[in-house]
Design a protein around this ligand. Sequence first.
Ligand SMILES: [Zn+2]
Ligand SMILES: [Zn+2]
Length: 169
Amino acid sequence: MQALNIANMAPGHYEETRQASAADLDLHERDEFQAPITMVIRIDKASDELIVTVDWQTVISGSCDRCADPLQIPLSDALAMVYTYDPQERGEEDEDVLLISESTREVDLTDHLRQSLILALPLKLLCREECKGLCSHCGANLNNESCSCPPDPLDPRWEKLEQLLNRKK
Ligand SMILES: [Zn+2]
Ligand SMILES: [Zn+2]
């Protein structure tokens, strides 16, 4: 859990750096998150609102989608939350503006942070952009070796096209 204690906080700018584990953010079921997550938390407290921004960074672990080599990739992003003391300011639709009151003692950033981390995950994990992957016949890692397998047969959908093209020649 990552909570900010805002009880009796005077208006002003506050900054702190924290480190959390994946478990602290309820991310322990996501294999990508093994390393600690470093966060720079900035709080701007005014009389009517509290603005919290978090710049976080971590390193994710996984394996390349093409060659299956283990890899680690740095990942970072930021999120901003607005907490307002004024019920009028809390728009119906706006999930990033949350209502708090003078008696609110702490705000919990856990869910927002977890979402931000998951959303920042790349769709594809590649050890490098030009990874050649594994041979579909012998399984050789084509980044490290070349094999003597014949090239992949054409996809049947392309075969028709090729026939058409050949006919024209
Ligand atoms: Zn790879
Ligand atoms: Zn091969």
